[in-house]
Write a protein that binds this ligand. Sequence first.
Ligand code: GLU
Length: 553
Amino acid sequence: MNPPITRFAPSPTGHLHIGGARTALFCAAYARGRNGRFVLRIEDTDQKRSSDAAAAGILDDLAWLGICWDDGPEALGCGGDPRGVGPFYQSQRRALYDDCFQTLLEAELAYPAFDSPEQLLARRKEAEKRKQTFIYRQSENYDHAEALERARSEPHVLRFKMPSEPITVHDEILGEVTFAYEELDDLVIRKRDGFPTYHFAVVVDDEAMGVTHVVRGQEHLNNTPRHVALMQALGYRVPRFAHLPLIFNPDGSKMSKRDKDKAVRVAVRAAGNITGADAGVDEEVFARWMKDKTVQLPQENLLVLSKKLGVDLPEIDVEDFRRAGYLPEAVVNTIALLGWNPGEKDEQGRDIERFDRAYLDRHFSFDRVGKSASKFDRDKLRAFNFDRIKAMPAAEFVSRWRQWCSRYDSDLLTKLDEQAMLMLAPAIQQRAATLAEAKGPVSFLFMDTGSIEYDEKAVRKHVLKGDPTGLELLREFADVLHRVDPFEPGTIESALASFCEAREIKMGRLAQPIRVALTGGAVSPPLGITCASLGRELVLSRVERCLAELSKH
Ligand code: GLU
């Protein structure tokens, strides 16, 4: 068998959905594991809904995930056109589609149709009344020559004449699926604006680009018999198909972009006093969005609202997972397990679940893809991510944390330089499951000394109790802190150790009151690091304030 050619063909109408990322991943893995090629094609024939920004975002998300395309837009170190099958934006391929329309028109396998949207709607409603699905067919007395003449001056679409026979799709995952002629209408292949419909362009391009395996989500299964009919009419070969199972939320609902709107809408309702102005949108748009659950707000407005209301947006798009601080390799590992598993055991007899891209490329095949929907497991993703963060060399962690910050929290880069991050990294890596959480364990650095609130329980337990009390120990140790030189983790730790040894106390008796003074609570990275990263001046002023505040008790 010749090496396979797979393709991922997103419509650039928004961010890359996590399900799309899984499709792209499986396409890339299948091709890579068999010395084949993986094509990326941008399906921008819906001029109203497509945008260059969305296309660029999709390329960027794919590259971030490490899903590089062989043939396709040349960007981010991926793509190119060594086989000469481009361009890869459908809006630039119209001449090819026009030729193919002509072929079908001449063979009378396609025909102009002049129905207005209102007429079509009326017929659809009529069918609904009779509890039937509206199936468009060419009228019996249709005159092709006359229609061609009329088409010169009248707005029209082109429809494909569906052959009157059942069509069987052979699917690598689902097996044989047969569709009756009665279910398949004479679909539109060219819109009024002259652009091809998705169905037409996809068929022409898959042929022209030599695609051997069409891999896409099960939501496209009903489109496939239409595509097969078109392929046959155009005299094309029929590629292999593999329809991937849907992806559900843990509660069994479909994992949809609208979930984000839903989460925010619930919070808006609960808050009661939110208006369009709070979201940065028109009141009218806002009212429509509140009423109609099929309406979506732009991502940036959702983010503004979610921040204001303190709700976490569910992660749905690749961008959401990036923002939430997940590592691409953890995301890839998690989505690879959506509907597929390697079916291999480790030495202890457990299912192999943790693997990298190279492993996936070697092992991926359609016979291990399931038919039924799979649930997205956020806990698993979190665990995968945390494990990877913990295992990373500190320098790598810092470099990736800084990359994340430059995209989502550039302010932090002005507050923490690379050196400081490197010092803090090992402590953070033990506690942050995501890059977004990395700030948490070091939030004490950014507190305003004058407004640190001391945790009551920690104060009672560590500062006020004992003989001598923690407070007294803290006062004595403040003197030592003045003298430690240089003010570095190692020297600070030894000063702590010799102080405790001389006073014959356990380290915790001194360390905990210091923590309370510096952070307000009893948890912080190792004290040498905590103190050194704050710097002597801040440490002393926080200790001083703590002594003053808590002596009042
Ligand atoms: N442009 C289609 C989509 O984004 C592609 C479907 C296909 O792979 O054929 O859903």
